[in-house]
Design a protein around this ligand. Structure first.
Ligand SMILES: Cc1cc2nc3c(=O)[nH]c(=O)nc-3n(C[C@H](O)[C@H](O)[C@H](O)COP(=O)(O)OP(=O)(O)OC[C@H]3O[C@@H](n4cnc5c(N)ncnc54)[C@H](O)[C@@H]3O)c2cc1C
Length: 401
């Protein structure tokens, strides 16, 4: 077993680390406190990420991207999230579509959409499932035709006409290209009758409504938007009618591992800050890092972060090899990483004492950020239920036998 990273992976990780340490971290706290969502969008960091090749990390090489593997995206995602979780999420929405771009789009779709995305240094993607009546219900665990998933797409000649609304969507309202799930056959369950459409933000009938104000991932937007007789060419249908579920399971291999890596980055940031604080703070006649109660909390944080990261790397490696157990392991890795990060932030709060809630220190921000991934990318409960389904499926294996 080889846990060594390739020279290429080390290079990307070092580049992201430097970007996070020199540019993101020093200004993240100030930006987090800007009161309105639209003014918080870090366009300058997005442009810098473009210059560094991070924005297009998942774009196939033939279109000018890095064509990175899933493990590389996890490495870069963790580093960026140590700087700021919201910014890491902005980038990850683009990377999640890596295999959709390379393997699920037709050559015609690739030509129409990828070069425009590569050329525009501020372009990002958004992936739109969630609606008012369908949060967990679009995750496929409760797959009934009766769920309140209202967005529909109806074929009219050479077009589809989309109607409906989405909410909570990451990069919603700021993205240039939307991957939108709509029902093409509402009599069927979403798994059988859900389809994915590529919708540029300037399509008539698409209207971005507002950004949700929130306590977590404040540099990323979560948007609500509407489709009102929004006509897209039939050629914007991804894969075919009713293929949403297949696209999700066959071409979004890295999605959960990448989400887990970004969630974990917040836990690591809290650990690193608490360790440094404990080395400097003196109470009881000693630096508090020498007090057993504090030292044990730090060791516990390090233990859990390392275990969660090992699980993420294994999941990413399996996903890069297209091994089916990566799907179940990905769900478990996301739950484990988000809980580990949340726990690390709680322990960091205890180590800082009263300083934990003071705005001079970033730990209260880390704690707020860590809450988001308990629900984002599927609530942890629903992820566990889906993992349990995967584990119980005939022939399922977590260790390949
Ligand atoms: C930061 C953030 C980013 C997001 N980004 C996106 C995005 O990019 N695109 C997108 O489409 N959506 C996005 N979402 C939405 C996200 O997918 C949903 O919030 C999530 O799936 C949960 O849905 P909900 O919030 O409606 O909670 P609900 O579904 O209302 O869940 C409420 C509670 O009920 C439980 N529950 C629900 N159903 C079941 C069940 N069948 N069995 C047992 N328990 C159940 C849940 O576990 C939870 O405890 C994002 C959300 C957040 C917070």
């Amino acid at each position: 077993m080889d846990f060594g990273l390739s020279e290429e992976q080390k290079r990307w990780r070092a580049l992201a680390h430097e970007f996070a340490e020199k540019t993101i971290k020093p200004d993240a706290l100030r930006r987090d406190r800007i009161p309105t969502a639209a003014e918080r969008i870090p366009w300058d960091w997005i442009r810098e990420a473009d210059r560094l090749g991070i924005r297009t990390l998942g774009v196939p090489r033939e279109f000018g991207g890095a064509g990175a593997d899933i493990l590389t995206m996890c490495l870069v995602g963790e580093e960026l999230a140590v700087g700021d979780l919201g910014f890491a999420v902005i980038m990850d929405q683009c990377w999640k579509m890596a295999h959709i771009l390379s393997d699920a789009m037709t050559p015609e779709q690739q030509q129409r959409f990828i070069p425009a995305f590569v050329k525009d240094p501020e372009a990002t993607f958004a992936i739109a499932f969630t609606e008012i009546g369908a949060g967990s219900d679009h995750q496929g665990y409760h797959d009934s035709p009766d769920i309140e998933f209202r967005t529909t797409a109806v074929r009219e000649g050479g077009f589809y006409v989309i109607n409906g609304s989405k909410r909570y969507v990451s990069n919603g309202g700021m993205a240039k290209l939307y991957f939108v799930v709509a029902r093409t056959d509402p009599s069927k369950t979403l798994r059988e009758g859900g389809s994915v459409f590529i919708v540029p933000s300037d399509t008539p009938g698409f209207r971005a409504d507002f950004f949700h104000e929130k306590s977590s991932q404040r540099l990323a937007t979560n948007g609500t938007f509407h489709f009102e007789n929004c006509r897209v060419p039939a050629g914007n249908l991804l894969g075919g009618e009713g293929l949403m579920s297949r696209l999700r399971s066959e071409f979004m291999w890295g999605s959960k591992a990448e989400a887990a890596a970004t969630a974990l980055g917040v836990g690591r940031a809290a650990y690193e800050y608490a360790l440094q604080y404990a080395k400097e703070r003196v109470q009881g006649g000693r630096r508090i890092v020498e007090l057993q109660a504090v030292a044990m909390m730090l060791a516990q944080m390090a233990m859990k972060i390392d275990a969660a990261r090992t699980q993420i790397w294994r999941t990413a490696w399996l996903a890069d090899c297209k091994q089916p157990e990566a799907r179940t392991l990905g769900l478990l890795a996301k739950v484990n990483a988000s809980e580990t990060a949340f726990e690390a932030c709680k322990l960091a709060s205890e180590i800082l004492g009263g300083a934990a809630i003071m705005h001079e220190h970033p730990v209260e921000k880390y704690l707020r950020d860590a809450t988001s991934f308990l629900h984002s990318d599927g609530t942890n409960q629903v992820c566990l239920l889906r993992a349990a389904q995967g584990l119980a499926a005939p022939g399922a294996a977590l260790y390949g036998f």
